[in-house]
Design a protein around this ligand. Structure first.
Ligand code: KPL
Length: 299
């Protein structure tokens, strides 16, 4: 087996986007819980359709592999289980890359995994096109780094591999900060768009705009109390810039609602609500949205 093989575990939109990019430059195995067609098509943001044959595998019955990286690209709620399946069969010191939203899986698996753990925070937008393809909706940036500041060279190596594969990737030494910023944006955008089934850009209009403002006013002091330094332009500018840039998108949580998948409520809202409680901060709008999503999930 080629020493640069990348195993991508989690064949959702992000997993397939990464696998199809990497496949042009390094050997890739795409692993999931159910069989997928080996032939996969990537539709680029420019509308070009590129079909590639990928090695696919059952995550519960992986072939003998010694990959250079395992990319865990499942939803946050499925990450621990996928991790356990993958590492039943792989060398435990294999470098692991976590691509999840939120800030829940990352510290947990960083503690659990014996090998190096990198986290990736990406603004690449993609959605699935049936079992045989993925649409790359828009180019984004991917930041990679490790929480413990011990694997800078590995982060740099991964950023170079991703860059060669056509994804704009940068190694950073403040990945925790970037994960929290993304979480702040996801918490302000995703639950509301999922609840009201609206595109991100509709948050700019009434009646949603004041709710987004209230959410940001609740999220910002929680993060500051957690020691997260505010973005240079401020929390409101951070959120509205993303809303503007992704105005035509359906958020990942709305896509999950429409596909009948579980929601990333725990990874995105729970870290904020837990921190709010710890610092005795009121977060009624966040709590109300969390309660709504929890009830919707149990129906
Ligand atoms: O990350 C996103 C998501 O949908 O999960 C945003 C940035 C909100 C874009 O839709």
């Amino acid at each position: 087996m080629h020493s640069e093989t990348h195993l991508v575990a989690g064949p959702g939109a992000l997993g397939r986007l990464i696998a199809l990019h990497l496949a042009d430059t390094v050997p890739v195995v795409l692993a999931g819980r159910r069989p997928l067609p080996a032939e996969q098509t990537l539709t680029t943001p420019e509308g070009e359709r590129r079909t590639r044959r990928l090695d696919t595998a059952d995550v519960h019955a992986l072939p003998a592999l010694s990959p250079s990286f395992v990319h865990l690209t499942t939803k946050a709620y499925a990450a621990e289980t996928a991790y356990a399946s993958v590492f039943e069969r792989l060398p435990p010191t294999t470098p692991l890359v976590l691509w999840q939203n939120g800030y829940q899986v990352q510290p947990q698996l960083d503690q659990r995994h014996p090998g190096p753990v990198l986290c990736a925070s990406t603004t690449e937008g993609a959605w699935l096109e049936g079992d045989g393809g993925v649409v790359h909706a828009g180019h984004g940036i991917t930041y990679v780094g490790d929480l413990g500041h011990r694997h800078a060279a590995l982060g740099q190596r991964l950023a170079t591999v991703l860059g060669r594969a056509g994804l704009d990737a940068r190694a950073v030494d403040d990945i925790a900060l970037r994960l929290w910023y993304k979480l702040a944006v996801n918490a302000a955008v995703n639950p509301l768009t999922a609840r009201f089934r609206i595109r991100n850009g509709q948050l700019r209009d009434r009646p949603f705009r004041p709710v987004v403002e209230r959410l940001i006013d609740e999220i910002a002091p929680i993060l500051v109390a957690e020691g997260i330094e505010p973005p240079e332009a401020g929390w409101h500018a951070l959120v509205w810039r993303v809303v503007e840039g992704t105005a035509h998108n359906r958020s990942s949580m709305l896509q999950d609602v429409l596909a009948g998948r579980p929601l990333e409520r725990e990874a995105i809202l729970q870290p904020l609500l837990t921190a709010a409680k710890r610092h005795d901060l009121a977060a009624p709008t966040l709590a109300e949205l969390d309660g709504y999503l929890a009830r919707a999930a149990s129906r």
